[in-house]
Design a protein around this ligand. Structure first.
Ligand code: SF4
Length: 349
């Protein structure tokens, strides 16, 4: 039994053997238009709708919960066919632009010490339909959604095959047709994945969670950095820019007193040399129980954030700041993940 939301027009053609050639594109379009059941596909015969419903599913996931923040953020908790839970978030910025933040894994093997998802361990990577469905579910809550950020649960560049399929479906003009330029992928710095993006695309925007340019501190804050050291990461980013000619974003999750020191600012300036990058400051969003070297993590103060931004700007670096959204529903950056812990094998790095 196939789940049709995760199939391209070519895949649909294969499973619709015996049907006229236009049928696959017709069904693909219905899914993009928001059909939640075969019954919604009113230009298919009753017989075909019944046959499809008997043999296939349209969706594999269902909404388990929906939480809304007064600032407009909506967090959807989705239950997958095996009972795993994932989260996707609708964000609305100051200009009213609506963005879907979607997940690529249930849990995350990267284990960043400031991230709730990372603290839960890793269950599995998502299939293409589970990625596409997050977008479809969020769009049904906000029809005018214009952007996607792949910044939810999981490390997207550790699930490249299924993500590539999902993005192929989301950007296909015969269906959802979202422009690749409106899609941003954020990675913790998987060198091999960045090189693959440079070589074969898809040609989406790239953000890298740098957090610190101090090699030792980075390995402690982001254990995935042990197998993806900073010099290799920088080389991969330079290669990406040579191939794609695109500005990238370096994301800095600011952890009060930990990576907000003078040497951290100098480190970012050094790392930035030879790259065309903007720095996005992300003040850490509190998650209870998170600690570093035995001390509870704390949010950066307003003064720490302002100084960091001021010094980078003074040295000619473009700085943006991510505004805090969705905190009352734990939908802000680094806060995703309320999963049944028994599902996890704690495969953190
Ligand atoms: S910040 Fe991203 S890469 Fe790091 S643990 Fe969290 S979800 Fe994984």
């Amino acid at each position: 039994m196939a789940i049709l939301s995760g199939l391209s027009v070519d895949n649909l053609t294969e499973i619709l053997e015996g049907q006229p050639s236009f049928r696959a594109a017709q069904i693909f379009k219905w899914i993009a238009r928001g059909a939640f059941s075969f019954n919604d596909m009113s230009d298919l015969s009753r017989e075909l709708r019944d046959e499809l419903a008997a043999r296939h599913n349209l969706y594999g996931s269902s909404i388990a919960d929906r939480l809304e923040d007064p600032d407009g953020t909506i967090k959807l908790k989705m239950r997958l066919t095996d009972g795993a839970m994932i989260e996707a978030v609708l964000l609305i910025d100051g200009e009213g632009r609506k963005t879907a933040c979607i997940s690529t894994q249930a849990g995350c093997p990267a284990g960043c010490i400031f991230c709730k998802t990372g603290s839960l361990g890793f269950l599995r990577s998502l299939e293409a339909h589970e990625i596409v469905e997050q977008f479809l579910h969020i769009r049904s809550a906000a029809p005018t959604i214009s952007n996607i950020v792949i910044m939810g649960m999981g490390e997207p560049l550790l699930n490249r095959g299924e993500l590539r399929k999902a993005l192929g479906i989301i950007t296909d003009e015969r269906g959802l047709g979202l422009s690749k330029r409106r899609i941003t992928l954020s990675t913790s710095g998987i060198v091999e994945g960045i090189r693959e993006l440079a070589e074969i695309g898809p040609d989406i925007r790239l953000a890298v969670s740098l957090t610190t340019a101090d090699p030792e501190l980075r390995k402690q804050l982001m254990p995935i950095g042990r197998s993806n050291p900073l010099p290799d990461l920088k080389e991969a980013l330079q290669y990406y820019q040579k191939k794609r000619g695109r500005r990238i974003t370096l994301e800095m999750v600011l952890l009060g007193g930990i990576n907000t020191r003078d040497e951290d600012i100098e480190g970012i300036i050094r790392f930035n040399r030879g790259l065309d990058a903007a720095v996005n400051l992300i003040p850490w969003n509190p998650v209870e129980g998170m600690a570093f070297q035995g001390k509870a993590l704390r949010e950066p103060t307003g003064a720490e954030i302002a100084r960091f931004a001021r010094e980078l700007k003074r040295r000619g670096i473009t700085v943006t700041r991510r505004w805090r959204k969705g905190r009352s529903v734990s939908g802000a950056c680094g806060q995703l993940g309320e999963l049944p812990l028994s599902q996890f094998n704690r495969q953190t790095h």
